[in-house]
Ligand binder design. Sequence first.
Ligand code: PEP
Length: 248
Amino acid sequence: MRRPIIAGNWKMNKTPSEAVELVKALIPLVKDAEAEVVVCPPYISIAAVAELIKDTNIELGAQNVYFEKSGAYTGEVSIDMLKEAGVRYIIIGHSERRQYFNETDENVNKKAKAILAAGLRPIICIGETLDQREKGITNDFVSMQTKLALNGIEEAELENVVIAYEPIWAIGTGKTATALEANETISAVRNAVREIYGEEGADKIRIQYGGSMNPKNASELMAQSEIDGGLIGGASLKGEDFSKVVKF
Ligand code: PEP
């Protein structure tokens, strides 16, 4: 049985004081949640959020990381820094990072391996463009992204890996893949995992859907057999909305 995981990606939103306000509102709203709950604030608010959630059921995530241990990488943040700050999950390969900051499949793979080696958990984002969907190559494309991201990762580590399938055309647009479309593509992603690791590996890995998931569509998406959770952007910025998604 895979435990559902709902993660809020705040992106470049919320000042530190706003982050504190949001988490304070969220704590009582999600305290009875059955799903695993993760919030991913901007780096600058991580310490403050960590302090607030330390005795709660909310886990801390980061939105990015660099894979090198330390050194002359101005502006970057290391895995050890995030770990010491209380981070457990790290989003990597988000389509916005692939599009605006040249994140490559090779870097995503290096980050995934380094995160796992440090005992933390990557949330690996994959997903097709509208053009790719219209050309009918979605399943091939996301399967390839999956295999490249997981290259060199052991089967035993898969229980610590989360994949977020996020069709790029559905992110922040208000357009959601239908529950059936999302389930079908996630099934293709799980098949790609099965091809490399066999049935046990495919059973272990958790695969989220992301892309305009909100309180209205969460229950239908989460009812699908292959969908193990959600990566939530816009709807994670209000405690009330996010808690409704968490409780789908
Ligand atoms: C995301 O940023 O991962 C995302 C899914 O955003 P939104 O929910 O706003 O589409």
